[in-house]
Design a protein around this ligand. Structure first.
Ligand code: APR
Length: 236
């Protein structure tokens, strides 16, 4: 029987960047323990108190200068390089650690800290510096620059291509995500319902959606992801 390359779809969450030193959202002492979503991560918050919202993202953007990708990010870049089937990496993370580890085919469904967007033209540019409450946009006299981040209540990015990839997936892997935010939390249900798809969860603990996965690697991402990638490439 000819070796039929399999289509693989991977979804990562904040847990894959935890060991690089970036806070997750819902773990003990995580970002949402120290900040209110309604004050820093909604369009209404940006209208009400742009300075506070920009400060929250300025701090997280600057943090990226002090962290490095870890072995879990690197293992996924290796898998992408050596995988002979279709490979899609969807991340809920807004850090640039997957890119810096060498990942290429990457979909940032919640946006990116190192990009900003004109509020008037919606044009997007790379950006490393801080933003003020009303940093003028270079694209339109009436626009200002906002973080290129999908806030609560806004539509995540790349949803059409994501669901096309999920429909064709033979292997779906969720790494370091609590599965508490939708639509990402619904991806495993989608592939479960379509059938003919292996569902693997790699996480420090159980998640709300663990029951929907047929394989679990429980432990730190820097240990479990390289282990899983090695096993997958051996089995090829
Ligand atoms: N290795 C593996 N998994 C880990 C590790 C680790 N070292 N540390 C934490 N985890 C797991 C936790 O067990 C948890 O399941 O990572 C997950 C982190 O969950 P959240 O903090 O909820 O992060 P995430 O799932 O990415 O949140 C999704 O919510 O607030 C929004 O936009 C934000 O993209 C984010 C979305």
């Amino acid at each position: 029987m000819l070796h039929m390359p399999k289509n693989i779809v991977i979804l990562t969450g904040a847990g894959i960047s935890a060991e690089s030193g970036l806070d997750t959202f819902r773990d003990q002492g995580g970002l949402w323990a120290n900040h209110s979503v309604d004050e820093v991560a909604t369009p209404e918050a940006f209208v009400k108190n742009p300075k506070k919202v920009q400060k929250f993202y300025n701090q997280r953007r600057q943090e990226l200068r002090n962290v490095e990708p870890n072995n879990a990010h690197r293992a996924l870049a290796t898998l992408e390089e050596r995988w002979d089937g279709d490979f899609t990496l969807i991340t809920q993370n807004v850090d640039d650690l997957h890119e810096r580890a060498g990942s290429k085919n990457l979909l940032h469904m919640h946006g990116e800290l190192l990009k900003v967007r004109c509020t008037h033209s919606h044009e997007i540019i790379s950006w490393q510096e801080d933003l003020d409450a009303k940093t003028p946009s270079p694209f339109h006299p009436e626009g200002i620059l906002r973080p290129h981040i999908v806030w609560f209540g806004e539509l995540p990015l790349y949803m059409d291509v994501i669901f096309r990839k999920l429909d064709e997936a033979d292997i779906f892997v969720a790494i370091g995500t609590s599965g508490q935010v939708y639509p990402a939390g619904g991806f495993v249900q989608h592939v479960y319902m379509k059938g003919n798809c292996d569902r693997i969860e790699i996480n420090l603990d159980q998640s709300d959606l663990s029951y929907l996965f047929n394989e679990h690697y429980t432990g730190k991402a820097t240990e479990e992801v390289p282990k899983w990638v090695d096993a997958l490439l051996q089995a090829k």
